[in-house]
Design a protein around this ligand. Structure first.
Ligand SMILES: *Cc1c(COP(=O)(O)O)cnc(C)c1O
Length: 476
């Protein structure tokens, strides 16, 4: 039970939180008050002393933390693959923290187990996995790892018991795929050299002919292909691999097909744009980050599988012979403990924040959200195309704008745009990122907050132009 002192402290803290959420960011705050590491180290009181500090000191530290934080809820925050969260989802996050249960066992968290199962079923149906299963986990990285674990164990049924002799395995992702596949093959003992990065086309979509050639080549070299990872919304370019065509190849060679929909899987929520993932129901597994396009606090991710039992088979640490008898059976019949199909033991209740948001907005609310994001991204693309100082380096394919400042004074546009991004971050008026693909650098603006207005996109692009001009004048 709380003491009255703690009660007062918590109330003051919640006031700070409410104030933070209510501040009018454009008038009162920058998206980031940038400081270098050394100055920030001085500015923050990180000392842990013998004696504890007062409540007042704690609140001051929290204020100073808030001042030095990147404001991801700011309308000028465009630099990452997450942005502002919705209030119902924030409520779910707080609810999970206040109740503080772990997803490992049913008795440890009965209501959350029911809720997580319901959401998994809902999302599996959206993907088109009629008999689907799944689990919440720490992020798209762990989702891809878990998918690959299931695929590996299905292909090598002895692997779990005896370990992996993987030198002749082969798996395929595009050269634009997320780096989590590299970490997954490392962790799973498959070997980074066996991960074949298939060439993508001029827009960063996996080239299907190159995929088939790579599979054929690997077979000729004595390898055993077992897995294709297609990406629905690449992290940098926002490109969609042609899933239906890739599924045909997966079927032809009998390979596990995984869709990494961590970033743009949420477009399945829009009737208008779900065609981008056409064929995804043919896959064996699907990664989906709700913390990216669904506006839910970090992290909130799921791995979905087409068939029941594979997650349990892949993850359980129970007796192996007993475990395999569960394959193709409904795990729920045997056990309600979700921990048995997770790589985690203690696991936060991430389902709550998605549950409250999904309930509050409904299917239609989310459909509108996705359509609005698309519309805002198209607006930004049109603005860039209309600007004489800016140019798109890649065509817009979803919510990412990959563009650069086209300086007339230098041919070295990569370092120029990288410096431009640095200067923008230091000024703190808008927050964009910088990336390179195939040696060409560009600024990256991700439109993930559907509540912003077009004027905020205008403002961000004006900042790029103004700061670009100033940088040109300083340099040349
Ligand atoms: C973000 C992302 C991931 C990794 O997800 P995390 O939640 O950051 O671990 C994987 N794949 C793609 C395509 C992504 O955009």
């Amino acid at each position: 039970m709380m003491t009255s002192k703690e009660h007062e402290l918590l109330r003051d803290f919640l006031d700070l939180m409410l104030n933070y959420l209510q501040e009018n960011p454009l008038e009162e705050n920058k998206v980031l008050n940038y400081q270098d590491y050394q100055s920030l180290e001085k500015a923050l009181d990180t000392e842990i002393g013998q004696q504890g500090v007062s409540e007042k000191a704690l609140l001051l530290n929290i204020q100073s933390y808030l001042q030095n934080c990147v404001r991801t809820i700011h309308p000028q925050f465009f630099g990452k693959s997450y942005a502002a969260y919705s209030i119902p989802s924030l409520m779910g996050e707080i609810l999970a923290a206040v109740t503080n249960t772990s997803m490992a066992t049913y008795v440890g968290t009965p209501a959350a187990t029911v809720i997580e199962n319901a959401l998994i079923q809902k999302m599996a149906q959206i993907v088109g996995f009629k008999q689907g299963d799944g689990i919440f986990l720490t992020g798209g990285t762990q989702a891809n790892l878990t998918a690959l674990l299931c695929a590996r164990n299905q292909f090598l049924p002895e692997a779990k018991k005896k370990g992996v002799n993987a030198s002749n395995l082969a798996l395929f992702v595009s050269d634009q795929a997320h780096y989590s596949f590299i970490s997954a093959v490392n962790v799973l003992g498959i070997g980074v050299n066996n991960l074949i990065r298939v060439q993508s086309d001029a827009q960063g979509r996996m080239d299907v002919q190159a995929l088939e050639n790579a599979i054929e080549l690997s077979i000729k070299a004595g390898k055993r292909p077992f897995f294709i990872g297609a990406t629905a919304g690449t992290t940098v370019l926002g490109a969609f691999d042609p899933i239906a065509q890739i599924a045909a190849i997966a079927a032809k060679y009998q390979l596990w097909l995984h869709i990494d929909g961590a970033y743009c899987g949420s477009f399945l929520l829009s009737k208008r744009y779900k065609y981008l993932l056409q064929g995804c129901e043919l896959a064996d597994s699907f990664s989906w980050d709700a913390h990216k396009l669904m506006g839910v606090p970090l992290p909130c991710s799921v791995i979905l599988t087409k068939n029941k039992g594979v997650l349990y088979e892949g993850c359980t640490t129970g007796d192996i012979s007993k475990a395999s008898s569960y394959v193709f059976h409904n795990l729920g019949e045997a056990s309600c403990d979700l921990g048995e199909k997770s790589l985690q033991c203690t696991r936060k209740v991430d389902a709550l924040k998605l549950w409250l948001a999904f309930q509050y907005y409904g299917d239609l609310g989310y459909e509108n959200r996705m359509n609005r994001l698309w519309e805002l991204a198209q607006y930004a693309a049109d603005k860039i195309n209309a600007s004489s100082a800016l140019e798109l380096v890649y065509p817009r394919q979803s919510v990412n704008l990959c563009f650069r400042y086209r300086s007339q004074k230098t041919a070295n546009l990569n370092p120029f745009n990288r410096d431009l991004k640095e200067r923008l971050i230091r000024q703190g008026n808008t927050f964009l990122n910088y990336s390179t693909v195939n040696g060409v650098g560009f600024l990256r603006m991700n439109i993930l907050n559907p509540d912003i207005h077009e004027t905020e996109i205008d403002y961000a692009l004006e900042q790029v132009t103004t700061v670009g001009l100033a940088l040109e004048n300083d340099l040349y």
